[in-house]
Structure formats: C-alpha cells, structure tokens
Write a protein that binds this ligand. Structure first.
Ligand SMILES: O=C(O)CCC(=O)C(=O)O
Length: 356
C-alpha cells in the first residue's frame, strides 16, 4: 500500500507533520532571485592563461559561499534536457509503478517519499529517487529504475559526464591549495557517486514547510541540475538570511560539502542550503554527490602558515558521516522535546489560573 504521504494534498491545509517551526520557515520567495552566487564559464579551462582566471573566480566563490554555477562546462545541453525530461516522466508515473522501486527497509537505492531519515520529526515536502553510480564495480542495477524506457541509458551517460566535471573542478581546487592536481581526488581514494533526483510537488501552504530542510552535504563536491522554477536557497550567516539561486538554462550549480571543507582546513565553505516549495508549480532537481570512499581518511591536506587544524584528529569518511547523521537527529530530537515541553506548559496555564 502507498504511504499516506504520497497523496500530496495540494488543495487543503498542510498536515501537521510537514509544518516547520517559525525559525525554519522560508521568508524569501522561491522566485525572488539573487545574483550573489557567481556564474562562471569554464570555457578554455585547459588553456593556461584562461585557467588562472577561472581558478581565481572558483576559489573566491568557494571561500565566500562554497557555491557557484558553471556554464560552458562541457556537458551536452541535450543530455541535461533529457535527464530533466525523463526524471519528470518518472515522477508522473502512477504510484504503483514508482513503488516498484520502493527503497524503504534500508535498500540501497530506489524511490522514496519525504524524508528517509528515521527519527526525523518534520517531513520534507518531496519525493525522490536515488541510485549509486560509482564505483562502477559496486553498481546494483536492480536498484536503478528501468522506467521510463530510456532512463537507464541516459542516467549512465549523465553519471559519467558529471563524474568528469566533478574531478575537473577538484583539480582546480587542489591547485589553488598549492597541491598536485589530483590531490583532492586521491584523498577520496576511489570516488563514490550517488545521484538523487528530487521532485517537489505543488504545495498548498509553502510558507509553512520546506522541500528539503537546511543542510550541508557530507561529501566532497555536489553538482546540481535544477529546472527553471526556482527553490534552491543558500545562507552564509547561519540561517539568519537566505538568498534564492537563479535557475539558468544549461547551468550546473556546484556546492562544496563537509569533506571538501575539512580537506581545505575550512578555507572553502561547505555550502549551507535548503529547498523551498511553492503553490503554483512542482519542481525538479538532480543532485550528483561526489563522495570519498567510506574508508578514506578525512583530515586537512594543507594547513596554511599561522593556521591550526580545524580537526582534532583524522577519521574515516564513514565515521564522519555517521557522526553527522547522529548529531542532526539528536538536534532534531532535542528541538522537538523543547517544543513539546513548551506546548505542555501552555496547556497547563488555564488550569493554574483556577487556583490563583
Ligand atoms: O533541490 C534542491 O535545489 C536542493 C537539493 C539538495 O540540496 C540535495 O538533494 O541535497
């Protein structure tokens, strides 16, 4: 049977389990775009002189936001449109067909509604489908959707092109740190890639909820393809203010994750972001996460003069990931506890008044 939340109710009021606390609710509209995140052309990146210019822009963006957009990136525009088109088709399939790829119960890849994090107290307004594409030897095609018909061929090509682009960008960042070109990819040991296709249905009360709550990505670098609707937001002051990233046809949004942040000893930011929804139209995004192998050691590759390491000691990526997930869940649990306590005290107020 379909999970109850699959029946996205787009007309009536939002169910309680999607309602965020006031401090998390979006205040900046999904379509009020900012141009603060730089758009960088990669045209001529292999040409020495042009490379220096491009590197400078990328480094500045990583130091300020951990986020930028790339155009002229070498990934065929037709492939991007196909990826968008087929992804939309996937989500438009009837529930039963999507649920053929159901990922509940700890399966590695497939289709899921809302948040898959156990213990998550408020649900995200989204569905997604995910598959693990690298290393190739670990691919489990039984967990990859094979519908729509062309999906598998297109997603394979897409994964390969994005792996190439991700590695190219990591070369630039390695050079900027004064290291060998392949330093960051080597630190990943054997780079993993996971693709998550997000679908955010139309929402009756978008001001009360989020498509995807505020987070930083755990991995090295993420490449995001978004449609032209808008909804990706970023903050660099701990969530006090937010901007909405402008969707640009054919562009890919790049953001650094925690692993990239630690390897650079905090010089490059791990982009703090979220997705908001709207009541007019559904939205689609495809996030390609380039992650280190689970056993890769996380520790700064370069500590500049006068700096201290931002990490106490080296840990594996798997341990880093577990720690992050546990602390996110713990934070959500504590927040809920505090909220419940407050609500119970509020309920008690009229009773107290009887005795005064
Ligand atoms: O949909 C978006 O714009 C953001 C997606 C994202 O942050 C994610 O999948 O981790």
């Amino acid at each position: 049977m379909a999970p109850a939340s699959m029946k996205w109710d787009q007309n009536s009021l939002l169910e309680k389990n999607f309602i965020r606390d006031d401090d998390e609710r979006p205040k900046v509209p999904y379509n009020k775009f900012s141009n603060e995140i730089p758009v960088i052309s990669l045209e001529g990146i292999d040409d020495l002189e042009r490379r220096a210019e491009i590197c400078e822009k990328i480094v500045k963006a990583c130091e300020e936001w951990g986020m930028f957009q790339v155009v002229d990136h070498g990934v065929d525009g037709k492939l991007l449109s196909e990826m968008n088109r087929l992804s939309r088709e996937f989500f438009q399939m009837p529930e039963e067909e999507k649920l053929e790829f159901d990922m509940t119960g700890g399966k590695k890849g497939g289709f899921l509604v809302s948040s898959h994090l156990q213990g998550e107290t408020v649900q995200n307004w989204r569905e997604f489908v995910t598959y693990f594409s690298y290393p190739i030897r670990a691919r489990d095609y039984s967990r990859w959707p094979n519908k729509p018909k062309e999906w598998r061929a297109v997603t394979e090509e897409y994964s390969e092109m994005l792996m190439g682009l991700g590695c190219k960008l990591l070369e630039v960042l390695s050079e900027a740190m004064g290291l060998e070109k392949d330093a960051l990819t080597k630190a990943c040991v054997d780079m993993d890639q996971k693709v998550v296709v997000n679908y955010y249905p139309k929402c009756p009360q978008p001001d009360l909820t989020l498509g995807l709550k505020r987070h930083t990505d755990p991995g090295t670098i993420t490449l995001l393809l978004q449609d032209q609707v808008g909804g990706l937001q970023a903050t660099r002051d701990g969530g006090k203010t937010w901007i909405t990233i402008e969707p640009i046809e054919g562009a890919i949004v790049v953001n650094l994750g925690d692993h990239g942040h630690y390897l650079s000893n905090g010089r490059f930011k791990n982009a703090d972001h979220r997705a908001v929804v709207n009541s007019t139209t559904s939205r689609l995004s495809v996030a390609t996460f380039q992650n280190p192998a689970p056993e890769a050691i996380v520790y700064p590759l370069k500590i500049r003069e006068g700096e201290k390491s931002i990490m106490e000691k080296p840990i594996t990526f798997m341990d880093m990931y577990k720690k992050k997930m546990n602390s996110d869940l713990e934070l959500a649990r504590l927040k809920k506890l505090a909220k419940d306590k407050h609500e119970n005290l509020e309920k008690l107020k009229p009773i107290k008044n009887i005795f005064v």
